[in-house]
Design a protein. Sequence first.
Length: 724
Amino acid sequence: MNKSKERTISLSELWHLCVARWRWFAASVLVSLFLAVNYLVKAPFLYTRTAAIMVHEESSGGSSAENKGYDINQLGIVKQNENIDNVVRHITSLDMMMEVARRLYPEISDDEAFERAVDIQSRLSADIEGLKSTIIDLTYKDFSTLEAERVLTMVIDVYKDKILESKVKITQDASRFIDTRLQLLRDDLDEVDDSIAVFKSRYGITDLEHVSDIYLQQQNQSDAEIMKLSSQKAMAEFIRDLLEDKSSRHQLLLVNSGINNSMIEAQISLYNTLVLELQSHLKYTSEQNPLIVHQEEEISSLRTKILSNIKNHIHTIDIQLSSLTDYNDEATSKIISNPSQAKHLATIERERKVKESLYMYLLQKKEENEISITYLSSNIETIEIPHGSGKPTSPKRARVLFAAVLIGMLIPVVVLFLRATMDESVRDRFDIERNSDIPFLGEVPYSGREHSLENLMMRFGKGRKAKASGIVVGPDILNASNEAFRVLRNNMDSIVADKFSGQGCRVYLLKSTEIEVGKTFVGMNLALTKAIGGHRVLFIDGDLRQASASRLWRTPLVGLSDYLNGEEHDYQKLVWHPENCPMLDVLPAGALPTNPTELLQGPLLDNLFADIRQHYDCVFIDSPTASILADADIFERTVDCTLFVIRAGRIKRHQLNELSPIQIINGISKPQYFILNGVSIDARYGYDYVHKYERSEEDKNTVEISKRTILLNKLIFKKRNKTT
């Protein structure tokens, strides 16, 4: 017969198990809530403050009033196009936080300022509102709302000051460069004017303009182009000389110099930004720092690229100038009758015009630079001052308490589920029916329900010994234990009777393979239940080694051993009659002999049972543990069937396969039946059902039925005495 060997706990069983262990859940939730409240009491409140700033995108186009205001800042050579991601990185940089810490706490040392900066950086966050947005949300968390607002305000102020300081530095460097170049141009112009005066006085030339006006008009366009190219070449040569000078490796370059090359201008703008960052980092660290070395290498690489592009640009201008000069020379030779004088004078005049044009251009840039110095503004604007709710953002009380309750409920569920699924022992009748072919008679609930922890340990087989219990069955008692024994009695009458139809007395052997499984307890109460039902019952304490039933019933010290050793020939004199149960007789074990096995193997045992079968309807024999002693096997030759008692949680499911449903003894087949003892009534039937069942004992009809049963037993007892 194929049977499933594995069984998983169902949701219904898990639910009943959880309901039965409601004290576990209460204790777990209380402990979790205690820990959560303790955490909430000790944990400081963390507040959040937010601010918003808008980054302005600097551009030269537009005619709106707003753009016109920004154009004033762009009249000079200072131009810094900010990337929004770079602004976010700059605001949250450690260098910024160091300056914030120094301003907030001016009395601290550099090491303490560094620690404060790291702490501020960990609590500060900057996020962009959208992909195309230029608004940055600043968030800061602190234990004090005032401190959080103070830090956010200081971060914004420090960033504005940093930007203005950077622009001022670039503007001042540009002013120094322009002043130096203007002085050189003034000296060149003076030399050109002197050359013109000497030339005219030497050759007696007053004014060549009247002679060459007609011809020079044709050369105006080419001369203008030559001047433009010469100006670009001069600026390019200056930048080239500055780049080739190793002593000026940290000097800023001129931006928007008019060389008419967008790639070079972009490289110069990036070069100035890298130089400023290097100068800023050198304030706080040495040149041997890997970051400084990396920046030096990056600047050097960019410097080389710029120098190469400048040289290429100069070469291009030279080609263009050469072409234009050849054209002018050819035209001049044809127009002027005195080529050498006219050419020399024209060259000097052209040089003078170039230098004048460059001089005027630099004067204009100097004025623009001075205007930009007086109108420098930051690239950010505060659109939301630091603000926030007065409620703490951490810890969240409701969320912590809810999590505590959830964890408190979850822990017992997980523990119960794991213990139930990992338990390989027999828990209930389903385990027996799935893993054995031996018929199942019934189950007996664990009577000591007040010891819930002991019940739990017993159910899941953790080695706890069950407490010895006495009689729990009575004619006037109605509870789960009494009902279980009544069900067991009815099953015996219906199932076992089919095997022994036509026979009178039936002899049952209570047997087990392990100690302390409640075999004696089941036998005593089952015998009492049969007696209450109106059967003549004899209970024999066949355990001649411990006499557990005799001790529980407190019988006299004479009994079965005295009959088997020949000291008493009439077993009726050894029978003990319990009070309030006239239909039940008990044959005690008597004095414990030294040779119980030899006594049981003698012929007197067969004679005893031949006589007993004539006087009783039902006989129950309590025997020692079968796997340890041979006494139970000896009794089996005199019985009709074996009631195999197992305790829930004390035997593994795979051990049930070792038992056979029928035993052949002396050529006679004798069936075996299972009785499961120690079943948890809370988990098996449900907690509420058990309590409702026990409360039904107060019902008046039930009490009346119990009284009638007692009266009937008394009448039967009187009739039996008269017959005797």
